[in-house]
Design a binder for this molecule. Structure first.
Ligand code: DAH
Length: 340
């Protein structure tokens, strides 16, 4: 029996070395350590030996059983380790490979233009204020000197949300909100989206404006022209000139339309300036005394200048875009061109 025990151990040692996978390992378990395995069988035989031999043999069998189990466990560990190695190899990433380039996004031309405009005005000391896109009639019209039934209301096609609540048709209500919250001196820009129920090649129902408002003592039309002159030079180049033409807005008196000399032909006349040498870029004027009064500012003490610039208009002129819808379709082939 002693021989049998040591043979069994030898054959187990031999077989275990050729175990390659989990299936072979479990077969090995069945064969040696399972209920009907060789170790269990040999235990049963212990009953047949004489009383004298039994303790010694029993001890040997226990040792055999322990050793067999150890051999099995170490084979199991060896397989687990091999499996881990295999997976590490398979899943390894070669970090020396060059990375795939992910192209970054670009700013939308409207954002680029807005940022450029803000930069120029920031250089003149303007602060930024942003008002709500949903406005009430009071801020959008009435306090800007556009009374109910005033024909000037027809100048703007309004989207109404509810009675007296509307999508702002311009950034001018920002003037009222600033003057309500701040005493002069005031020097603010109000950029933002505005909405009008009208569209064609150069008009979109949603577009963007940049309002400017300066209120202080002795503000005149000269200040307006000086600031706007600097603005157009900053956007279109040092060579352009400005020209003020009389116009009408209910919230300014006098009101002006501002033209720049054509930066395409230098003023000689071309298709961009419709052969006039001048391009209309924005509206402005001296803040109407009623508007100042509506905000509790004494027009005898203070005066103000205001202007409103269409951001899309500036972008279209600057980049030679002839249809405003290109700015809203967000076709990547168009937008990609604004990568710098
Ligand atoms: N709010 C005007 C518009 O939407 C633009 C404008 C004109 C704004 C004159 C002004 C201004 O502040 O003084 O057409």
């Amino acid at each position: 029996m002693k021989n049998k025990i040591s043979e069994l151990l030898d054959s187990l040692k031999q077989e275990v070395s050729s175990v390659q996978d989990k299936k072979m390992l479990s077969e090995l378990w069945q064969k040696y350590l399972g209920k009907k395995g060789a170790v269990s069988e040999i235990k049963k035989e212990l009953g047949k030996v004489s009383k004298e031999e039994r303790p010694a043999l029993g001890k040997l069998i226990n040792e055999l059983s322990q050793k067999a189990e150890e051999i099995y466990r170490s084979a199991e560990k060896r397989l687990e380790h091999a499996e881990l190695e295999r997976r590490n190899k398979e899943e390894a990433v070669d970090i020396t490979l060059p990375a795939e380039k992910i192209p970054g996004g670009v700013l939308h031309p409207i954002s680029i233009t807005r940022n450029n405009m803000i930069n120029v005005f920031a250089g003149m000391g303007f602060e930024i204020f942003e008002g709500p896109e949903i406005e009430d009639d009071d801020h959008n019209f009435t306090r800007l000197n556009v009374a109910a039934n005033h024909p000037a209301r027809d100048m703007q096609d309004t989207f109404y949300v509810a009675k007296d609540i509307l999508l702002r048709t311009h950034t001018s209500p920002g003037q009222i909100r600033v003057m309500d919250s701040k005493k002069p001196p005031i020097k603010v820009l109000v950029p933002g989206s505005v909405f009008r129920s009208y569209s064609d090649a150069t008009h979109s129902p949603r577009f963007h404006q940049m309002e400017g408002l300066v209120v202080d003592k002795n503000i005149t039309l000269c200040d307006l022209q000086g600031m706007l002159d600097q603005f157009v030079k900053g956007i279109f180049g040092e060579d352009v000139k400005t020209r003020l033409r009389p116009s009408y807005f209910p919230f300014t008196e006098p009101s002006v339309e501002v033209d720049v000399s054509c930066f395409e032909c230098g003023g000689k006349g071309c298709s961009l300036c419709k052969h006039t040498g001048w391009i209309e870029v924005l509206g402005g004027g001296i803040v109407h005394h009623s508007v100042l009064e509506n905000c509790g500012i004494d027009p005898n003490e203070y005066s103000g200048l205001a202007f409103g610039i269409g951001i899309e208009r500036i972008a279209m002129l600057k980049y030679g875009i002839n249809n405003i819808s290109l700015l809203f379709e967000n076709d990547l082939r168009f937008l990609e061109q604004f990568r710098d």
